[in-house]
Design a protein around this ligand. Structure first.
Ligand code: HEM
Length: 455
């Protein structure tokens, strides 16, 4: 099944694993400049083909979508989130996608807009009392509160809960442990070791997974006798019926809830963190956004209807997703051979295909002066730019199902924050450029600290 494509040879057994893990982002970009739009290499036992041409990316995600499934690392995530949409395949995935999609359409998301704004206002008020803050963790909490509120209503929020730790805090703690330990395992040697080897962190990871499953099961159970009037996603899922009139199993609802909890909070939190960082370092742009908010909203809270009236705020969000795409790499595994449109090369069954947003979003062929943060790119889009030069949410049948949720949440949260706060670089924080420790998402290497003042 090996391809004859050019690419780095790497070491016996491990291939390029160590180079890749040392600096994944640098490696992706450097290999592209050396080997072109289509090249191959080995990572441990897997042959990987990396694609940079937008036409090929479109082929994998859209036109030939049926000939590829999720790659091995994404499938491995099922250990954490079970068989939900992100990791599922085949009929099971199709059926659940059909059940979930109507719950996440744009008109439906409008019902959550109030939650996005109220939760952000609460965090912004807390931030106003401080001189500087670790915005990366504040926005993680904010996005977490928003997604748990949307999923479980009051039941999962940090406001309820009876024990020493509320249900929301317990879930947040376990999710953090799980993301940290999972990232550590996929970023180091242990990724190549069998499951039974007792490596540090694996116990903590497994305990967090078990607790998280237990708590989510309980929340799903509580959702079961709810009335029609409830809007939270878990209640809606419990009530949903497939074409034969059958409900989803409680385990199925649990897996989807956990999937959305994980897929839906860290990504948005990172986008908000990087947008705030960019604005802190570009005061003129920050003032322009604040001026748009003041003239459009006149001090009132933003609503769902305002989304279309805030083009610059939205463009800042989109440009952040270009330059600092929280999903930095999409992976697939070929299950039926197909030819790549840019070169005619046929991808054989079994290869892992990597589609790196990080590098494609910074390719000067599609993005002139690519490292400059210029929201204008999204205000006057370049009609000649290929569609898949930008794919922060993926594309095709497996496109992010939370796209409307994330767009509305991101823009409304940014608007609510920037109406109240001014961000500036923190003195002595020494962060002149963002540095990353990419794992499942594009996490910052160190907490992002910014100075905060009232507007
Ligand atoms: C800025 C925020 C977000 C980004 C950048 C993002 C990115 C992505 C990407 C790139 C994929 C496709 C992965 C692939 O093709 O392999 C995806 C899938 C998914 N996302 Fe998002 N996402 C975001 C927010 C959300 C939110 C808010 C939710 C839920 C409320 C969510 C739920 C999901 C789910 C369930 C899938 C799997 C869909 C399927 O395969 O059917 N995401 N996301």
């Amino acid at each position: 099944m090996r391809t004859t494509l050019p690419g780095p040879g790497g070491l016996p057994f491990v291939g390029v694993l160590f180079d890749f893990l040392r600096d994944p982002l640098g490696w992706l970009t450097e290999a592209h400049s050396r080997y072109g739009d289509t090249f191959a290499y080995r990572v441990g036992p897997f042959e990987v083909v990396q694609l940079h041409h937008p036409a090929d990316i479109e082929a994998v995600l859209v036109k030939e979508a049926g000939k590829a499934k999720k790659d091995v690392t994404t499938r491995d995530l099922a250990r954490v989130i079970g068989d939900g949409l992100l990791t599922g395949e085949g009929d099971h995935w199709r059926k659940n996608r059909r059940l979930l999609a109507p719950l996440l359409t744009r008109p439906r998301i409008s019902r959550y807009a109030g939650t996005f704004v109220t939760a952000t206002r609460l965090h912004a008020d807390r931030l106003r009392a401080r001189e500087q803050a670790e915005v990366s963790s504040v926005f993680m909490e904010l996005a977490f509160d928003i997604v748990t509120e949307a999923l479980f209503g009051g039941a999962g929020s940090n406001k309820t809960g009876t024990g020493a730790r509320s249900v929301g805090q317990q879930i947040a703690h376990d999710v953090e442990t799980l993301m940290r330990e999972y990232s550590r395992t996929i970023q180091s040697w242990p990724a190549l070791l069998p499951e039974w080897v007792p490596i540090p962190g694996r116990r903590r990871f497994e305990a967090a997974v078990r607790r998280l499953h237990r708590v989510t099961d309980q929340l799903v159970l509580e959702a079961t006798p709810r009335s029609e009037s409830r809007e939270d996603l878990v209640s809606r899922l419990v009530d949903a019926r497939d074409e034969e009139g059958r409900p989803m199993s409680p385990g199925g609802v649990r897996d989807e809830a956990l999937t959305m909890l994980l897929a839906g909070h860290e990504t948005t939190a990172l986008a908000l963190t990087y947008a705030a960082w960019v604005l802190a370092h570009d005061p003129a742009l920050q003032d322009r956004v604040a001026a748009e908010l003041a003239s459009t909203l006149g001090g009132a809270d933003p609503t769902f209807a305002d989304l279309e009236r805030l083009p610059l705020t939205a463009a800042v969000f989109h440009e952040t997703l270009r330059l600092y795409s929280p999903a930095w790499l999409i992976g697939r595994e070929v299950v039926e051979p197909f030819a790549l449109p840019s070169s005619g090369v046929v991808l054989p069954v079994g290869v892992q295909v990597f589609l790196p947003q990080w590098a494609v979003h910074r390719d000067p062929r599609w993005w002139p002066d690519p490292l400059r943060f210029r929201p204008e790119r999204f205000l006057e889009p370049d009609a000649a730019r290929p569609r898949f030069a930008y794919f922060p949410f993926g594309g095709g049948p497996r496109v992010c199902i939370g796209i409307h949720f994330a767009e509305a949440e991101g823009v409304l949260a940014l608007a609510t924050l920037l109406q109240r706060l001014r961000f500036a670089p923190a003195p002595g924080a020494g962060q002149r450029a963002l540095e990353f420790a990419p794992s499942i998402t594009l996490r910052p290497r160190a907490p992002v600290v910014l100075r905060i003042s009232r507007r």
